[in-house]
Write a protein that binds this ligand. Structure first.
Ligand SMILES: [Zn+2]
Length: 434
């Protein structure tokens, strides 16, 4: 038996299972990611002129109501007492997960399948109305949070989507949804093949084939109705995805802070880019974005500089809020910092940074959940893991070493930094502000 922590992807019967083995932990987590998200609402609006913006997130809520095997109360009691669970929705996906101990594997798989595969047909009108009020109030609460609204609207504005096409939608439209609308759209989510299964398990207790068998057996119990109101092909779905272009746009927002979001198209390799952005934002001594914008000028409480998925493609995103009047200064300092860090970058800086990365990994991996980062890389751009997959299948800790020395090499990181410098100096980015 392999006593190392490992990561692997297994394809079986057209399904993709990603396995993170954490031996000796007695832990189990099952996550199902439906790779159609609220993008589906745009497809339907184009087909039928019907405004259903916000319904995918509402469907995520409804999926916890009256599933096949349980009443809503029974399901909640399992969720409360036998593990930890959650779900979330964005434009590109809806995910559902349950984590627990290895003695509850069957419960975890049964719980997630009941929720994710819930076709909503057992839900009563009363139950529907109450949950609609919940989501209606969630949307209203969001509208009071100006910063949250701004970042929610950035993508909508950049991609020139309908103003309500921001995942959560607006209360007035949510109020018009019927139970039949929800059933019809859920049927689309259940009728396509683009699903990802992420499993964290203890391989000293159960092996991956036994887990796949359990999942397949469970999934087979949930039949999808062939009575479809909307037929959406994968091609049609993809045709309604848009990618950002480099332009500057203002969004209406009543925040007292001036927010700026910058989106750049420059991710060649997600592993290299995540290390590069971490360096540029935090760890480049004296010249990082955090050093220049926050520590030396006090312009903000904090900055974000990271990769973000838009229409299944990774982008570099910078986000920062400053006191009104400081917007131009922010942009100046952003450019100054990137240029200084890029011009100073050397083999010596690289070696020091990699030493720090390795040290932080040792500290970070005390929390075993940090190994789940491999699910994240695999989701963002699976092909980037290909050169290291064989090593990960045998020992993740060796995989880190390979990634840090071979994939995130000095040359790769140098190129990534110079590329970002070029993009920044030539204003090759999209900018959204309020
Ligand atoms: Zn919600």
């Amino acid at each position: 038996m392999n006593t190392n922590k490992t990561f692997k992807t297994v394809e079986k019967n057209g399904k993709k299972y990603n396995f993170l083995a954490l031996p000796g932990t007695g832990f189990f987590k099952f996550e199902l990611i439906n790779l159609y998200g609220s993008n589906i609402e745009r497809v339907i609006e184009n087909k039928t002129a019907k405004n259903i913006y916000g319904i995918s997130h509402f469907i995520e809520h409804l999926s916890f109501k009256s599933p096949v095997d349980f009443t809503s109360d029974e399901l909640m009691n399992i969720g409360r007492n036998e593990g930890v669970f959650n779900a979330s929705t964005n434009h590109d996906r809806i995910n559902y997960w349950f984590k627990t101990t290895a003695s509850n594997i069957d419960t975890a798989i049964n719980f997630v399948c009941n929720v994710a595969q819930n076709d909503l047909t057992k839900i009563s009108q009363d139950e529907f109305n109450i949950e609609k009020d919940v989501v209606y109030n969630e949307a209203k609460r969001g509208q009071d949070n100006f910063q949250q609204m701004f970042y929610r609207d950035v993508k909508t504005k950049l991609l020139d989507y309908h103003i309500e096409d921001n995942v959560i939608g607006i209360p007035e439209t949510i109020d018009t949804f019927t139970l039949q609308d929800a059933i019809d759209i859920k049927n689309i989510f259940l009728s396509h093949e683009n699903i990802m299964y992420n499993i964290t398990y203890d391989n000293t207790i159960i092996d991956e084939n036994q887990i796949i068998e359990k999942i397949e057996k469970e999934l087979a119990r949930f039949k999808v109705s062939s009575k479809q109101t909307y037929k959406v092909s994968h091609k049609e779905y993809q045709e309604h995805l848009k990618l950002p272009t480099n332009k500057t746009l203002k969004v209406q927002n009543n925040s007292k802070q001036a927010m700026t979001s910058i989106v750049m198209d420059g991710v060649e390799n997600t592993l290299v880019m995540s290390a590069t952005l971490n360096y540029l934002s935090q760890l480049a001594t004296d010249t990082s974005l955090n050093d220049i914008i926050r520590i030396k000028n006090g312009l903000t409480y904090g900055i974000q500089f990271r990769t973000q998925i838009i229409s299944y493609k990774p982008y570099i995103t910078f986000a920062c809020d400053v006191t009104r009047g400081n917007e131009n200064k922010l942009l100046e300092l952003f450019k100054e910092s990137i240029n200084l860090s890029a011009n100073n970058f050397s083999k010596d800086k690289y070696d020091k940074y990699m030493k720090t990365m390795s040290l932080k990994r040792t500290i970070g991996n005390l929390n075993l959940a940090s190994y789940e980062i491999w699910f994240g890389f695999n989701y963002i751009q699976a092909k980037d893991l290909d050169p290291v997959r064989q090593i990960l299948e045998n020992n993740i800790d060796d995989g880190y070493k390979f990634v840090h020395s071979k994939i995130i090499s000095y040359v790769q990181m140098y190129d990534a930094i110079q590329n970002i410098k070029q993009l920044v100096n030539n204003d090759k980015f999209a900018k959204v502000y309020n």
